[in-house]
Design a protein around this ligand. Structure first.
Ligand code: C2E
Ligand code: MG
Ligand code: MG
Ligand code: MG
Length: 290
């Protein structure tokens, strides 16, 4: 080992670095650089209203356009960004960018609809002091009305898994709610089983996790869960978004179960903002007729 080989600090350093932490450091340095150079991009996945098939809005999904490695998906860098705190800067960039696009979409539709842009918040972003103030100033800067922005938190954040204090979680959500933004629980059904937070928190939307939607055709349990969530949501006056819809059959079942909104490859993959603009314009044209 390095210790046996003496007190050469260089050797100690080299041998104590396993491949994993080395890759981690490289990734962290790369991410830091990407943040400065604005190599981070945002794609938008449409949220479709099942009643008329039109886009009700879109979810902002971050991408890292790595000069050598190509497009890096969020799963490969969000956890590290969360650990290192880089998520704060990344999240702010995504929020600014998403609000600017949503303002463009609203202008494009000239009153013929107000699409909502949804932005994911990680635990660390959610608990960063001053989040409501940041959101308020970004909205103002973009000239976006608060109702056109939605924020997605996970069940873990809603349940205060990281131990910040349930009171603080509720207070932050109330402050955000007071601004007029919409609040969603992402990946609903995959976290803790306690539903008591639904009573406590000022939520607007439940996003049913893809893992339940993907089993809808074959699995009666999944169907029962989605049905129960749709009923629960209706009775609590929440909207439901079904995530990860990939087939027409799933869409039919979701309609039957009373689901009003959906996302998934069946409708559209995450797209560049310009393609979302084109879809919105197309929807407007088909609604008003030639
Ligand atoms: P999420 O918020 O639950 O987003 C849904 C993920 O499912 C996206 O993956 C999306 O591309 C993918 N997806 C959508 N429809 C389908 C489908 O029909 N089939 C399949 N197989 N997948 C589908 P993506 O973009 O890789 O994002 C993964 C996760 O990374 C997100 O899950 C979210 O938790 C996180 N994330 C993405 N962007 C951001 C961000 O800006 N900030 C933070 N904090 N987290 C982000
Ligand atoms: Mg999400
Ligand atoms: Mg989700
Ligand atoms: Mg999900």
């Amino acid at each position: 080992t390095a210790k046996e080989r003496g007190k050469d600090r260089h050797v100690v350093f080299e041998t104590s670095m396993d491949g994993r932490s080395e890759r981690r450091l490289t990734l962290e340095a790369g991410l830091r650089y990407a943040l400065e150079r604005e190599e981070l991009g945002v794609l938008y996945q449409p949220v479709v209203r099942l009643a008329d098939g039109r886009d009700a809005g879109a979810e902002a999904l971050v991408r890292w356009r790595h000069p050598q490695r190509g497009v890096v998906p969020p799963a490969a860098f969000i956890p590290l960004a969360e650990e290192t705190g880089l998520i704060i800067g990344i999240g702010e960039q995504v929020l600014r960018e998403a609000c600017a696009r949503a303002r463009e979409w609203r202008d494009l539709l000239k009153g013929g609809g107000t699409p909502t842009v949804w932005v994911n918040l990680s635990a660390r972003q959610f608990h960063e002091p001053g989040l409501p103030e940041l959101v308020e100033s970004v909205l103002e800067e973009a000239g976006l009305d608060p109702g056109s922005l939605g924020l997605e938190i996970t069940e873990g954040v809603a349940m205060d898994e990281s131990g910040f204090g349930a009171g603080r979680t509720t207070a932050t959500l109330r402050n955000l709610k007071e601004l007029g933004v919409r609040l969603a629980v992402d990946d609903f059904g995959t976290g803790y089983s306690s539903l008591s937070y639904l009573k406590r928190l000022p939520l607007d939307v439940l996003k049913i996790d893809r893992s339940f939607v993907s089993g809808l055709e074959k699995n009666t349990e999944d169907r029962a869960i989605v049905s129960a969530v749709a009923t629960l949501a209706r009775d609590m006056e929440l909207e439901v978004v079904a995530e990860g819809v990939e087939t027409e059959e799933q869409l039919h079942i979701l309609r039957e179960l009373g689901c009003s909104l959906a996302q998934g490859y069946y409708f559209a993959k995450p797209l560049p903002a310009t393609e979302v603009s084109a879809r919105l314009e197309g929807g407007l044209a088909s609604a008003t007729g030639p």
